[in-house]
Design a protein around this ligand. Structure first.
Ligand code: AMP
Length: 469
């Protein structure tokens, strides 16, 4: 039974989709005016992993993500760069897709651009005006929050706070209520602008997402996600729009929000300029290090990013790689009896960890308990090949969700030499062991033995490298 923390109910709810095994899932995509950074990666790696988990459980997930390709920030940046907003957005959408795919984010069923859904936006505005939830002024069309008495039910408030993701388009002295938000902004001969029955202009932020989700997921769906800065006003406004349009409640059954990736305690953001792009990160480190870094923390907790943390992450990945190597060696042997109940027990524990609000840090620490335990069996030559196969299967199954456990041999931290030289392999393993125990004198003695055999061993940040002298 899966439990999810729901921002709407403010507790962990038992997960029960609207239609047995089908899940409508929407995550707010980026505003494309710059390169995606590690804050974006945090949110999108988490949802990628979570969707893969749901699919692994047999759910048919339609994962929809919008692309905000028209917005004040895009227009401003395009002016600075002397280009058009739409070509700037097109360029950064492409970069976003490249960068997120380089991190193994490949679970999205449909990306939907705001500007490809202007007709759907106009249709929603028409219906909101008809139902008297919206009004027209001389600078735009606004949603009247006083007409929806449940406004504030997601966030517990109706006014903005410092960390909220906001849009300047909503600022206007023509509004009836301070919190009313813009659903259409009028403009005259600006690029880009679209014709409507009420005047030329461009859409507001919140209605872009509801028009898109209505088209692909209908009036009600299962899960809506984003980072926590979107709870208010963005997601609050989405609820108001959709529940006003449909009269049905709840618009979305489960609301999931990720914590921020911070740097020196501040949210990593384009506007603060304190960001590390995914591109720059992957020039220095592997994509799997970033997936691991993200999933090591609970999705609702903040992650404070620094280089030391990556160092630690890389060391743990090295442990996984060395472990996998050793287990694979045993698995190659002739089949033998299954003996270790502990593998099954830990596998079940990991399943329960993930069912509990997708607690990846707990599942990962259970996995390390397994690694330690199986390493002791390996040290004593006491692991059967069937058990080894079972461990590998568990790692493979988990990797389909996490995407950092198993990488092609050439990307592994520890580059092992060919399998024929058993004696050399044993020396290497012994030396690694000594280094782990910080017995550097012993490690050095073994290095000399290795050298006598005609090999040179070198320690790098990615583990050791061995080559023939
Ligand atoms: P934006 O491009 O600013 O519209 O952001 C796209 C998505 O990334 C939204 O869900 C944001 O809330 C999320 N996001 C932006 N910065 C961070 C961060 N530092 N940590 C976690 N999520 C973030």
């Amino acid at each position: 039974m899966i439990k999810l923390y729901n921002t709407l109910s403010q507790k962990k709810d038992t997960f029960q989709p609207l239609e047995s095994k089908k899940i409508g899932f929407f995550v707010c995509g980026p505003t494309v005016y710059d390169y995606a950074h590690l804050g974006h990666a945090r949110t999108y790696i988490f949802f990628d992993s979570f969707v893969k988990y749901l699919r692994g459980k047999g759910y048919n997930v339609f994962y929809l993500q919008n692309i905000t390709d028209i917005d004040d920030k895009i227009i401003k940046r395009a002016e600075e760069e002397k280009t058009s907003p739409l070509s700037l957005a097109e360029k950064f959408e492409e970069k976003y897709l490249q960068d997120t795919r380089s991190l193994g984010i490949d679970s999205i069923t449909k990306y939907a651009r705001a500007t490809d859904h202007i007709q759907e936006i106009i249709s929603q505005i028409e219906r909101l005006l008809e139902k008297d939830f919206a009004y027209i002024t001389d600078d735009g069309i606004y949603y009247d929050i006083s007409k929806f008495n449940e406004y504030g039910k997601l966030s517990g408030r109706t006014t903005e706070q410092a960390e909220d993701g906001t849009s300047r388009i909503d600022e206007s002295i023509k509004k009836r209520n301070k919190g009313d938000f813009c659903i259409w902004k009028f403009s005259e001969n600006k690029n880009p602008e679209w014709e409507t029955p009420w005047g030329k202009g461009r859409p507001g932020w919140h209605i872009e997402d509801t028009a898109i989700s209505e088209k692909y997921l209908g009036m009600q769906y299962d899960i809506h996600g984003g980072a926590r800065d979107l709870i208010f006003p963005h997601h609050e406004a989405e609820i108001a729009l959709m529940e006003s349009l449909s009269g049905k409640r709840p618009f979305v059954k489960y609301w999931m929000h990720t914590g921020f990736l911070t740097i020196n305690g501040d949210k990593m953001s384009k506007s603060l300029g304190n960001f590390v792009t995914i591109r720059d990160f992957t020039k220095k480190h592997s994509p799997r290090a970033l997936r691991f870094l993200v999933l090591k923390s609970h999705y609702r907790s903040p992650i404070d990013y620094n280089e030391n943390y990556i160092f630690q992450v890389n060391q743990e990945l090295e442990r996984i790689d060395s472990f996998l190597y050793r287990v694979e060696e045993i698995a190659k042997k002739k089949n033998s009896e299954k003996t270790k109940d502990i593998i099954k027990k830990i596998k079940n524990k990991i399943e329960r960890d993930l069912e509990e609000d997708f607690n990846t840090p707990l599942a990962i620490s259970s996995l390390f308990v397994l690694i330690n335990k199986v390493n002791t069996f390996l040290d004593s030559g006491n692991l059967s090949s069937s058990d080894a196969k079972e461990v590998i299967k568990l790692l493979k199954d988990l990797d389909r969700i996490f995407g950092f456990l198993i990488v092609p041999k050439k990307e592994r931290f520890v580059q092992y030499i060919s399998d024929e030289n058993e004696e050399l392999k044993a020396l290497i393993a012994e030396r690694e062991n000594a280094r782990k125990k910080k017995d550097f004198q012993k490690a050095d003695e073994i290095r000399k033995k290795i050298e006598k055999k005609g090999y040179q061993i070198e320690d790098t940040i990615k583990g050791y490298k061995i080559k023939k002298k």
